[in-house]
Ligand binder design. Structure first.
Ligand code: ITT
Length: 200
């Protein structure tokens, strides 16, 4: 079974393959399908709305069911920023070293729970006829005091898990996938897809 993922983010795709990939399930991305130039307008107000927009736009072009992920970092002390704008925050091409240090600096003087944050992931599968199913996953944490760790991507080096004493860039990929927003949303989606008969 092949599932097209409406993403251009190779880090996401890697994690999605680690979480969902098996002998039965192969995930391909827009580039693999020659669909990387299809315009997807991400103007939703929520992660879920944007996930649906990505999946539905591509499903209509590809003519088969398509999976999408819209995700981001929500920092309470920043009024929920960067949120749905996580990829575009401070400019899409700005380095994550810069974005991460900027967030740390904005939280100067805050301690413990005042630094609360979460990663949120909405997944959508859309069919060409407009049918859609969605799931959501969340992982709670805090913004660390320094950039730490080489694993993961994006905001992982500042996403600190107090109970582990490490960021999601310090834990292994396997551990991250077990507890992450993406891991949770995709595991829930897999169950729904089984009920739909789309996967075994
Ligand atoms: P696609 O829309 O092509 O899938 P994108 O990167 O533009 O790729 P989003 O709009 O969903 O996707 O933005 C997600 C951003 O949120 C991502 O670029 C990271 O900055 C951040 N993010 C999401 N999940 C993350 C994770 O597991 N670890 C670190 N940062 C994450």
């Amino acid at each position: 079974m092949k599932i097209i993922v409406a993403t251009g983010n190779m880090n996401k795709l890697r994690e999605m393959r680690e979480i969902l990939g098996s002998d039965n399930v192969t995930l391909t991305c827009l580039k693999d399908e020659g669909l990387e130039n299809v315009e997807i307008i991400e103007d939703g107000k929520t992660f879920e709305e944007n996930a649906i927009k990505k999946a539905l736009t591509i499903a209509k072009v590809a003519g088969v069911p398509v999976l999408a992920d819209d995700s981001g970092l929500v920092v309470d002390a920043l009024g929920g920023e960067p949120g749905i704008y996580s990829a575009r925050y401070l400019g899409r091409d700005t380095s994550y070293d810069y974005k991460n240090q900027y967030i740390i600096d904005k939280l100067a003087g805050l301690e413990g729970d005042e630094r609360s944050a979460r990663f949120v992931c909405a997944c959508a599968v859309a069919w060409p006829d407009g049918k859609v199913i969605t799931t959501e996953g969340v992982i709670e944490g805090q913004i660390g005091f320094e950039i730490k760790g080489e694993n993961g991507f994006g905001y992982d080096p500042i996403f600190y898990l107090p109970e582990r004493g490490m960021t999601t860039a310090e834990i292994s990929a396997e551990d991250k996938n077990e507890i992450s927003h993406r891991g949770r949303a995709l595991t829930a989606m897999y169950e729904k897809l089984k009920q739909e008969g789309l996967v075994l």
